[in-house]
Design a protein around this ligand. Structure first.
Ligand code: AMP
Length: 454
């Protein structure tokens, strides 16, 4: 089957942008859903994280968007802030071929009034978590009279997190004539019922189990109660992945597991809902730019994390149900990369629900265990107190780092420029030089405060 994007009737500049991003052909969910999405049909699509669903609805939304009218035309509701931020980032990349598309992220955790102010200036697409959007609706700081498309991303997860009352209230503010798209990793009866309530004759799309799943190795390790920590270190020693996301079921356990890793020379940090938003953002940046090897997370904190090429997921704690398992392991082997998902369990645990998948069962003792191994970060992150609002671009930072220094492009990793802050990853052995360079020199004729994230 020809799954190339050009088989759809999309404008040439959009196709050129997709090629520039590196999307050579449609993923399964894109190939199955886009023809309907582009015809304005309502769709209920089963799509796991990593299947390319954001681009599926993103392409359709952008294709239908009238950029000349600065009013809200699409609303994307996500269960978590991280997912909303990443969805907005992906949409901005997809929208690069069109000028002046305004995409606003409205999530809790950020100050309310600056958001209201941005809304006053107008936006085309809103990516939001339900609680915050409801607050804007109640305070009448936004209205959706001109809305054409509603997307509920990870609809099953929104159900789990008890968001449905809020979602229903939000929907009561939307025009009834609209396109409604529901994406969900699982097709439970509840999701289907919701879809029949809020969609108009939705087309159901279930992507067949794709090759993507086979790119992932799933292994379960039975462990004795007392040696869970040893087993984790053993696994990490054997695989020494470039990056690894370790799941625990409680916040306390994430802290304890991160400490265990640190005590064993494994660069690790914990992330969970109790951390301040800015700390969470810093940790996510460090993980996604390879300044952090191991991230230890609860399910809520890891939702929506989109790290390309995440090498490994470890379930330190067995998830409570198979749905959570699917979500967790969906973090690795995304798009074109490969991955490994390891799960620790005890003999007394009920793992019967996992029997019919492609899981291999091994014992940790069959893996070699190097002594004295270390997992150090490959990069360190420098924070610059200046961003888009200061008219900084990634190229300016790169220029400031490489002008008149021994630093080359290869010493510098990812550069993220946000509104008020920028983050640049530097190879660990070049951090001192880069830090000095930025400390003593100007970027775009201006001095900025800088500091190192540890
Ligand atoms: P998502 O399921 O939306 O979280 O997407 C998972 C990852 O797949 C993201 O990093 C996307 O950039 C990437 N992606 C989406 N569509 C394609 C495509 N057609 N080809 C290659 N990568 C893609």
């Amino acid at each position: 089957m020809n799954n190339k994007f050009y088989t759809l009737s999309l404008p040439e500049d959009m196709l050129a942008n997709l090629r520039a991003i590196g999307y050579e052909q449609m993923t399964q969910i894109q190939a199955l859903s886009l023809p309907h999405l582009l015809q304005n049909k309502d769709v209920l699509a089963q799509a796991k994280t990593g299947s390319g669903k954001t681009a599926a609805f993103g392409i359709a939304i952008l294709q239908h968007l009238n950029s000349k009218k600065l009013n809200i035309q699409s609303l994307i509701l996500c269960p978590t802030r991280e997912l909303a931020t990443q969805t907005a980032t992906q949409l901005r990349i997809l929208a690069r071929y069109k000028q002046n598309i305004k995409i606003l992220t409205l999530c809790g955790g950020g100050a309310f009034w600056p958001q209201a102010n941005s809304l006053r200036h107008g936006a085309h697409i809103i990516v939001a978590t339900p609680g915050r959007i409801l607050k804007h609706l109640n305070k009448q700081t936004c209205n959706f009279n001109t809305l054409n498309t509603l997307v509920l991303d990870e609809a099953d997860r929104m159900l789990d997190m008890g968001f449905y009352d809020d979602v229903e209230k939000i929907i009561s503010f939307l025009p009834t004539k609209r396109q409604t798209l529901l994406f969900s990793a699982t097709f439970t009866q509840e999701v289907k019922e919701i879809s029949s309530k809020i969609c108009n004759n939705a087309i159901h799309i279930e992507a067949p189990v794709s090759k993507e799943i086979n790119k992932m190795q799933e292994i379960f390790f039975e462990i004795e109660d007392t040696n869970k920590d040893d087993a984790l270190i053993h696994l990490l020693g054997h695989y020494q992945p470039k990056n690894v996301l370790i799941f625990c079921n409680t916040k306390i356990q994430t802290d304890a597991t991160a400490k265990l890793c640190q005590d064993n020379n494994i660069d690790a940090l914990a992330i969970h809902g109790d951390l301040e938003q800015y700390t969470r953002d810093d940790v996510l940046v460090q993980f996604s730019n390879n300044s952090l090897r191991a991230l230890v997370a609860t399910d809520v904190a890891a939702r929506g994390l989109d790290i390309k090429e995440l090498a490994m997921v470890i379930n330190y704690d067995l998830p409570f149900d198979s749905k959570t398992y699917t979500h967790r392991i969906g973090r690795t082997a995304r798009a074109a990369s490969e991955g490994i998902a390891c799960t620790l369990y005890k003999q007394s645990d009920d793992i019967s629900m996992y029997n019919n998948t492609n899981i291999a069962f091994l014992h940790v003792n069959t893996l070699d265990k190097p002594s004295n191994f270390k997992m150090k970060p490959l990069y360190k992150t420098i924070v610059i107190e200046g961003g888009k609002k200061n008219k900084l671009r990634a190229g300016d930072i790169l220029g400031a780092l490489t002008a008149n220094t021994k630093l080359g492009r290869d010493d510098i990793g990812k550069i993220y420029v946000y509104d008020r802050q920028s983050y640049v990853a530097i190879q660990t052995n070049k951090t001192d030089e880069a830090f000095k360079q930025l400390k003593h020199n100007k970027i775009k004729a201006k001095k900025f405060s800088i500091w190192l994230l540890d």
